[in-house]
Write a protein that binds this ligand. Structure first.
Ligand code: SF4
Length: 224
């Protein structure tokens, strides 16, 4: 594992951690290859920033920022993530983790040791479409992360990126039904795919629009 786990820092955001002024730490590398991913450089390239640089940045922002968002790429691939979170916490910053859920052990470690305050979990696709969209076959790992967070009643949200040629209203409803069945009662966030050149799967603008009228109200749905 790289000693430079971070690809970049966004010094300031009000959008990524609800109700918090935060910085974003972008971790390099990912264990998925989502066809619509526009963070190709982050996913494929080595990091170029080490923990020390990131912590020095945070020290310079004490009193100005409240929180850090650990995003990527996939932050849970970093084997020293728990220790890194501990160091961030020692500086009195709150931590939000963005994750694809493929590393339930790391999520459990972080949650059980109070090393994260909030999690945004990507529910990429229903099981039968998971491989097609993410190029990963470990839906069961994602599933374990989801069940763990629900059982723990941890503060988290579930979100899905929607490319309407890949995910139709019925599939979004299937995700929602699954969430309800598992006991998730929070808001379900949907984010529309925004076309950019050079996505991992060279994906184009959707041919057919999403039939939003067919999206169920099994959960409170919010578009971002
Ligand atoms: S969109 Fe997919 S491939 Fe890209 S960083 Fe997120 S989980 Fe990884």
């Amino acid at each position: 594992m790289s000693h430079k786990p971070l690809y970049d820092i966004t010094p300031f955001t009000v959008l990524d951690y609800p109700d918090h002024l935060a910085a974003i730490f972008w971790f390099s590398k990912c264990n998925m290859r989502c066809v619509y991913c526009y963070n190709k450089d982050i996913v494929l390239r080595e990091g170029n920033m080490d923990e020390g640089e990131a912590l020095a940045f945070l020290k310079s922002r004490r009193g100005l920022l409240e929180a850090v968002v650990l995003s990527g790429g996939e932050a849970t691939l970093y084997k020293d993530l728990a220790l890194f979170c501990k160091r961030i916490k020692e500086l009195k910053f709150k931590i939000k983790l963005d994750t694809n859920g493929l590393n339930p052990e790391m999520v459990q470690l972080l949650v059980e040791n109070s090393l994260v305050d909030y999690i945004a979990l990507d529910y990429k696709a229903p099981k039968e479409k998971y491989l097609e969209i993410t190029k990963d076959k470990h839906f069961d790992n994602f599933s374990r992360t989801l069940n763990f967070l629900i059982r723990k009643e941890f503060a988290f949200e579930v979100r899905t990126t929607v490319h309407s040629d890949l995910l139709r209203a019925e599939e979004i409803n299937r995700i929602m039904n699954d969430l309800v069945k598992r006991g998730y009662g929070g808001t379900y966030y949907l984010q529309p795919f925004v076309f950019t050149e050079n996505t991992i799967g060279k994906i184009q603008v959707a041919k057919a629009p999403l039939d939003t009228a067919r999206i169920s109200n099994a959960l409170k749905v919010v578009w971002r």
